[in-house]
Design a protein around this ligand. Structure first.
Ligand code: COA
Length: 161
């Protein structure tokens, strides 16, 4: 079974990696689909976000990193895969996730969204909070892999120039 795990991944954190690796143990192939949304202001370019994901997930041969733009349901059709994975960190995620799952279902009745409960130790993580901590010089090594940490610090230093 092939599943798609979509998101912005700006940048990927241990919270995302936890979901992806657990999916890779349960499904034949996991497609990590990075949203190429030009209207959203991301810190990392689409190429950088893909590269960081590939480096972070290098040891898994059933994980594919890809990009998409436009509607997620159109991308799922293109890939011939109708199962989406979303992580649930806290009750606060539920409303938004329900809305997305129901809209996607309305747009394409074949789509099924499966929710995976995030590990408790990453339940508080988001890409923005990691960027904020890094921006103030805090230690982010427990939130992201070292390659992401280095790239994030470099971005912040470049932004200061
Ligand atoms: N661990 C850590 N952080 C997590 C996480 C986890 N398990 N799950 C989510 N997050 C964080 C992300 O880092 C992100 O943080 P940020 O807001 O600080 O950047 C935040 O939670 C949102 O997660 P994400 O999965 O990236 O959601 P998104 O809202 O950026 O993207 C899409 C969701 C891409 C699936 C959705 O926008 C989409 O499908 N867009 C395409 C257009 C479309 O089809 N729209 C109709 C769908 S209803």
């Amino acid at each position: 079974m092939v599943v798609i795990y979509p998101g912005s991944f700006d940048p990927v954190t241990y919270g995302h990696i936890d979901i992806i690796k657990r999916c890779a143990r349960k499904f034949n192939t996991v497609i990590v689909a990075v949203l190429n949304n030009k209207s959203k202001k991301n810190m990392f370019t689409i190429e950088e976000r893909v590269e960081l994901l590939e480096l972070a997930l290098v040891e898994y041969d059933n994980i594919e990193v890809d990009t998409f733009s436009g509607l997620l349901v159109d991308y799922t059709k293109e890939k011939g895969c109708t199962t989406l994975i979303r992580g649930l960190r806290a009750v606060s995620d539920y409303e938004y996730e329900m809305q997305m799952a129901l809209v996607n279902k309305k747009l394409d009745d074949d789509i099924e969204t499966l929710f995976m409960v995030a590990s408790g130790k990453y339940g508080y993580l988001s890409s923005s909070i990691v960027k904020e901590v890094a921006g103030f010089g805090g230690d982010i090594s427990c939130f992201v892999p070292s390659i992401v940490e280095k790239s994030l610090i470099k971005k912040i230093e470049e932004g200061m120039d």
